[in-house]
Write a protein that binds this ligand. Structure first.
Ligand code: GLU
Length: 443
């Protein structure tokens, strides 16, 4: 059976780095076995779901080069949830409940006060037909709970966490449908996983107890359940769940000059026993993707690590890969000369400007002016003009090291640091180079 995974965001906001990581791992799990990755938009919450977020999710996945094979929307599948609901009702697995939010809160407080776990007491199950009818007659519409089967533990072999065992009597019967008929997440998700043939559900460990409940839903609907894997959550580098991570999304990475490949390379390995490496090729990442390397400890996201991976990935980019993003006129030699100094692609234009000029006129001592006048006069164009120039100047002036190189670099580029002069000088060209040296000699 071919693997089918899904990424199921609720379009109530932009994707953040934690969601992106989950999407990526689902994408990779499918890619690893030549399977399929499906996007499911969990938009049953009419009030909070927004079309602009659906668009943004699609755009983010496209930017990350993780396009799904198909897109499903829960809002278009309500009839399926109704049908499943009727099946479960007919088999006695859903029941109406009438408590208000305040009543439930009070029950919780009392249980907690007695040192008991705050589990729903199933009071609604004890209502007689007359009592239920009376509630309805008073205009109180019921919400609906899924009745957990308490007869046996719920077990599964989790792809990350290993063997799992839950005692269902320690879980509340979950509310699956509100009094206004709208759906909560639990049942629609299980119905969709069945209908879409999802073989593997990989999601955050905040869903572990939902999985226990959903396994019983799959069973109650006569289906076998997919494999489950729950990854540890992503936290900030200080080890805490940070607010900032929750608002860190593709837009901010793009603005910061992060290449999608860098984000992917980092998130692919973060929280696993495999080292984070600047691997730009997706195939290599997919080939090494392995759930058994995922750790139980939270994965720590560190901006500085992302920056390092990003720079290393930029340094691997060939001219062919990047040509259409370079300033007009920049050829392969120019890219290769400047590349080692580029941390983010946004730096390229700045470094290129030291080739095209004009460059800033540096502060110089009189001695250096005379030296630069000498440089302008001995400059000769050859295979390796920088080497020839510095060799000639060393011999004629006796200068070496910094005293030799720094005034030349300053005069030729306007800066103290930058790309290798041997590669840069041929790009600047003979006429312009001489002009810059002469200009400084007389400045
Ligand atoms: N929409 C749910 C969420 O974002 C999906 C969880 C799941 O993967 O089942 O939490």
């Amino acid at each position: 059976m071919s693997v089918i995974t899904r990424f199921a965001p609720s379009p109530t906001g932009r994707l953040h780095v934690g969601n992106i990581r989950t999407a990526l791992h689902n994408w990779m799990l499918a890619a690893k076995s030549g399977g399929q990755f499906v996007l499911r938009i969990d938009d049953t919450d009419d009030e909070r779901s927004r079309e602009e977020y659906v668009e943004a999710i699609r755009e983010d996945l496209a930017w990350l080069d993780m396009s799904p094979v198909g897109e499903e929307r829960q809002s278009a599948r309500l009839a399926h949830y109704d049908a499943a609901f009727e099946t479960l009702r007919a088999s006695g697995r859903v029941y109406p409940a009438f408590e208000t939010a305040q009543e439930l809160e009070l029950k919780r407080k009392i249980q907690l006060g007695r040192g008991l776990p705050p589990i729903y007491d199933r009071a609604a199950l004890a209502l007689s037909d007359e009592e239920r009818a009376a509630k309805q007659a008073q205009g109180i519409a019921p919400h609906w709970r899924f009745k957990l089967d308490h007869s046996a533990p719920i077990t599964w072999d989790d792809g990350v966490r290993g063997p799992q065992k839950f005692d269902p009597s320690l879980l509340s019967d979950p509310v699956i449908r509100r009094a206004d008929g709208s759906w909560l997440y639990m049942l629609p998700s299980a119905v969709d996983d069945i209908a879409m043939g999802i073989t593997d559900v990989l999601r955050g460990e905040d869903h572990v107890s939902n999985t226990a409940v959903q396994i019983q839903m799959f069973q109650a609907l006569g289906a076998s359940h997919p494999r489950f894997a729950h990854e540890a959550l992503l936290v900030g580098k200080e080890g805490k769940l940070s607010k900032r991570l929750g608002s860190l999304g593709c837009d901010s990475f793009r603005e910061r000059g992060i290449e999608p490949q860098a984000l992917i390379a980092l998130l692919a390995r973060l929280g696993t026993s495999q080292p984070v490496e600047p691997i730009a090729g997706r195939e290599a990442l997919v080939a090494s993707f392995d759930l058994s390397t995922f750790g139980r400890a939270p994965a720590r996201f560190d901006d500085a690590e992302l920056d390092r991976v990003n720079t290393a990935i930029v340094h691997q980019m060939s001219y062919a890969q990047i040509a259409d993003r370079l300033p007009a006129g920049m050829d392969e030699a120019a890219w290769l000369a400047i590349r080692p100094n580029v941390e983010i692609m946004g730096d390229v234009a700045d470094w290129w400007s030291i080739v095209t000029g004009p460059v800033d006129t540096p502060q110089l001592e009189d001695e250096d002016r005379a030296f630069l006048a000498e440089a302008a006069s001995v400059l000769e164009w050859s295979e390796n003009p920088w080497k020839d120039l510095t060799t000639a100047l060393k011999a004629s002036t006796g200068r070496k090291g910094k005293a030799l190189y720094l005034p030349l670099r300053r005069a030729l580029t306007g800066r103290d640091h930058g790309p290798d002069m041997g590669a840069l000088l041929p790009l600047i060209g003979e006429v312009e180079a001489r002009a810059r040296l002469q200009h400084c000699a007389t400045a």
